[in-house]
Design a protein around this ligand. Sequence first.
Ligand code: HEM
Length: 381
Amino acid sequence: MITPTFHFSILTDFLEVMNEQGCILLEKLEKHVDKEPFNVFLDITLCALDIICETAMGKNVGAQENKDSEYVRAIYRMSDLIQERQKSPWLWPDLVYILFKEGREHERNLKILHNFTDTVIAEKAAELENTKKMRCDNDTSCEESGSKKRKAFLDMLLSATDDEGNKLSYRDIREEVDTFMFEGHDTTAAAMNWALYLLGHNPEAQKKVHRELDEVFGGDTERPVTMDDLKNLRYLECVLKEALRIFPSVPLFARTLREDCCIRGYQVPKGTNVVVVTYALHRDPEIFPDPEEFKPERFFPENCKGRHPYAYVPFSAGPRNCIGQRFAQMEEKALLALILRRFWVDSCQKPEDLGITGELILRPNNGIWIKLKRRPNTRSV
Ligand code: HEM
């Protein structure tokens, strides 16, 4: 019911948001050009948060300009609380959790998030009622006093129906939007940070990205990235795939076996919980020789031939795979293109300085420290 909402035309609308928010990010990065190393992790994360808020809910929360807003603080506090709770089995029962100060804090923050989402849903539902009375040109863009109105994922959910014509309840919609808010920005933010870190350590690969960007943009560092540009950035795509191989944003996920199966000669009965550790799977030297080496060429079409489709699964696979995959790939590519067509990146950390942790998301606990230089021969228009 939801997957079709990710069709091409809405993704084009989303690219507009990515360009707008990407420009704000670029202005923030400009301040660091030719200066000391700085930690780029939060800048990229707040940009990804603004993008998901606007595309999922149609609401600009301005996190990049105001990281201290109540809603933004509640999102980050909730992530910390959830991760802490996951590691503390005695806090798992709800009745016990609420007796602890963390449990009460969890309740308070959840209320802030739900109030925000409820208000946005109510506003959108009212807006939808109003626009129904107006002429809609097609199912992705409505004409209101002559201007094209951008659609958010929430608009799609409000009008989505199943095969019998039933609509989603407000509660279902809120759950979907909240899931998107959480799944849809930390993952892409981590992926973009890891890609910058890897490029900053691999100047040859970075030069190839720059060459490709120059071919596609002709040295123009200002114009928005288009869908056609994204299609032409083939080497950058391989870079992003290789970054997700080495540092998969979701380093493991679990499934319950629905039937008995045999894994490497071991009989595993149905009902067993299995964990797919992508971080390890992606380092199988038989499939990816020198697995710790960053080699985007591994993902050239000719080099992928014959590779098992489940040897590389950063977005999982099968019926419960990631529904935001295309969105994520588009966001990563667009933002990396915006950043790299303007700047040269140097990474300032050794792998052991990263403080890699893999709880819900594979993160560098110490941030990503980079230096930026302006690229020569780029022109503003
Ligand atoms: C680089 C970015 C991303 C990566 C690596 C990623 C990876 C994954 C993985 C591995 C799963 C399966 C998790 C499990 O089964 O436990 C998943 C599920 C999911 N992802 Fe993503 N994701 C990314 C970005 C996004 C974005 C941008 C969105 C939304 C816009 C999104 C929405 C979802 C949702 C809703 C699910 C649950 C699907 C279901 O259970 O049927 N993801 N993702």
